[in-house]
Design a protein around this ligand. Structure first.
Ligand code: GCO
Ligand code: MG
Length: 427
């Protein structure tokens, strides 16, 4: 059964907008290697635009938001009016911000940009100002349960062409640690997928002191094995307090990280002042944020070095571009979130934006599985460590309904953490 059948679709005649009126809006759910939610808009003239609305572990909430509340508002609107549609969806709901709302708005926004670029006969990045560079430096995810396994994973990534690598490892005394693939990658592809297809979220354990003791020894070993050149990244996944983050940043300084990501749960933006006072390790934050307001203090006080927002979770290209322009005034660069829970549609949107903005930093690239690539056929390329969105008109992604229909939605949850005494901890 196709997911369009599951969630329904709405068709109405065209309005005064004529051929560019939105005539059809479908919310598509498929689960090739994991769940993806896609919005497909079709104009009266038959031009199709795709937008990613995937919110890992809460997918059906965005389906409902779109299907029940947004699709009826889109029919008959002029697909050309991207800014007006964004403002209308954001302001008319009255209830502002939040991941579900902003993922839904993002899907509409990206689908409209896709349509506009197709109508212009240009790859989307041309409409955003054209290319500011030839290719996009990407980082891959290496991991291992111990150093030999980690070194092996780093070597495999380098063989694939990666010129920047995120490093995550197991920690002695903790049973399962974020970002460590359950088994060494066989085909060379990183196979860590945090969302599990289970009825309830998996429980993991955590011990910050053990982590803080171990991680600097890992980076010391990686630097002495691979030398000083290779850009290395690490994700703290929101688990530290500011003073713990300050200590880790300081301990990692000798190993010259490209960035330390999500060192604290950063809803408390002021808390980053403390981290910043103590360390020169560059900081990246924002994959769970959804508006410019989440970055206000972080950017204005230059408390971070990289903005990690995803096109998919930040209200689309229209909104993320504004966050990057704001960040640019403070010499803060982009580092768009690109795990496998961003669909190839969301990834393509990220690459077009990356190519156009001046303050591009790096792009996360986790690589989707074969079934996902078959469902979403995209033109973006990864050559010699650099991504490029391709030059097809629009985003450059096709959604194959027949393939998608083979993979119905499956309930999936992200795991969560408890400390050794049973207290729930930040995941
Ligand atoms: C990253 C992220 C992901 C998230 C995942 C949650 O840096 O890529 O931390 O691995 O955990 O996207 O949905
Ligand atoms: Mg992260």
């Amino acid at each position: 059964m196709s997911s369009a059948d599951q969630t329904g679709s709405t068709t109405t005649p065209t309005s005064s907008a004529g051929g560019t009126a939105i005539a059809r809006a479908e919310v598509l759910v498929t689960s090739p290697d994991r769940n993806f939610v896609t919005l497909r808009l079709t104009t009266a003239d038959g031009v199709v635009g795709l937008g990613d609305a995937t919110l890992n572990g809460r997918e059906l909430s965005v389906v409902s938001y779109l299907q029940d509340h947004v699709v009826p508002l889109l029919i008959g609107r002029d697909a050309h009016r991207i800014e007006d549609t964004w403002q209308f969806l954001y302001r008319s709901a009255y209830w502002r911000r939040g991941p579900v709302t902003m993922a839904a708005i993002a899907a509409v926004d990206v689908a409209l940009w896709d349509i506009k670029a197709k109508l212009a006969g240009m790859p989307l990045y041309q409409l955003l100002g054209g290319a500011s560079r030839n290719g996009l430096l990407a980082y891959g995810h290496a991991s291992g349960r111990d150093l030999p396994e980690l070194f092996d994973s780093i070597r495999k990534h380098r063989e694939q062409g990666f010129r920047a690598i995120r490093v995550q490892t197991s920690v002695p005394g903790i049973d399962s640690v974020y970002g460590v693939a359950a088994q060494p990658s066989t085909g060379g592809r990183y196979d860590y997928e945090p969302a599990q297809r289970t009825a309830l979220p998996a429980e993991e354990d955590w011990d910050t002191r053990a982590y803080l003791r171990h991680i600097p020894t890992v980076f010391e070993a990686v630097r002495s094995e691979f030398g000083p050149e290779l850009p290395l990244l690490h994700d703290g996944h929101h688990r530290m307090t500011p003073i713990q983050a300050a200590r880790l940043g300081k301990d990692l300084e000798p190993y010259d990280l490209f960035w330390l990501e999500d060192c604290t749960p950063a809803e408390n933006q002021e808390a980053l002042r403390l981290v910043r006072q103590h360390t020169t390790t560059p900081l990246a934050i924002g994959e769970v944020f959804n508006t410019v307001w989440d970055y206000q203090t972080l950017v204005r006080e230059q408390l971070i070095d990289y903005v990690r927002g995803a096109v998919t979770h930040t209200g689309g290209i229209t909104a993320l571009r504004r966050i990057f322009d704001f960040a640019a005034q403070y010499q803060i660069k982009s580092g768009i979130h690109g795990p496998t829970d961003i669909s190839p549609v969301g990834m393509a949107a990220a690459l077009h934006l990356d190519l156009a903005i001046h303050n591009f930093g790096i792009q996360e690239y986790m690589q989707h599985g074969a079934r996902t690539d078959e469902t979403f056929r995209s033109t973006f390329t990864f050559v010699d460590g650099f991504l490029h969105p391709g030059d097809e008109p629009g985003l450059g992604v096709l959604y194959d309904d027949d393939v998608a229909a083979r993979y119905p939605y499956q309930q999936a949850y992200l795991p969560f953490n408890r400390l050794k005494d049973g207290t729930v901890h930040d995941w």
